[in-house]
Design a protein around this ligand. Structure first.
Ligand SMILES: *[C@@H]1O[C@H](CO)[C@@H](O)[C@H](O)[C@H]1NC(C)=O
Ligand SMILES: *[C@@H]1O[C@H](CO)[C@@H](O)[C@H](O)[C@H]1NC(C)=O
Length: 95
């Protein structure tokens, strides 16, 4: 390989590492048990194992935290319930 090519490859991979550090990781590679902190959930994204990522997971974005959590996708229903409860007074009218 040409030395210039090697340099470009090294530069590009360094760039990739930096951007994943600064931004949001594209894929959850492992999942954690949800913690109390997770109750500050702002939003989440469903990650599918059949897409670009290896595992099914929920990418949970929490207030006061720049990095999202990765949790088991089976918790999605819990999250929906939690956020529905919070928003109910503003969204729903009592009949
Ligand atoms: C977020 O951080 C601010 C400032 O550090 C703090 O006042 C606030 O209570 C925190 N909110 C939560 C939900 O932890
Ligand atoms: C997520 O939780 C379900 C039910 O508890 C379990 O069957 C599944 O293996 C878990 N997924 C991962 C990726 O650990």
């Amino acid at each position: 390989m040409d030395l210039k090519v090697v340099f470009v490859v090294v530069f590009l991979s360094a760039l990739a590492i930096t951007s994943t550090h600064a931004g949001i990781p594209k894929c959850c590679i492992s999942i954690k048990k949800p913690t109390k902190e997770m109750f500050n959930v702002e939003r989440w994204e469903r990650q599918y194992s059949n897409g670009a990522c290896d595992i099914d997971a929920l990418v949970v974005y929490v207030k006061n935290r720049s990095k999202p959590y990765c949790i088991n996708h089976t918790f999605e229903k819990t999250l929906i319930k939690m956020t529905a409860k919070k928003r109910q007074p503003h969204q729903k009218r009592r009949v």
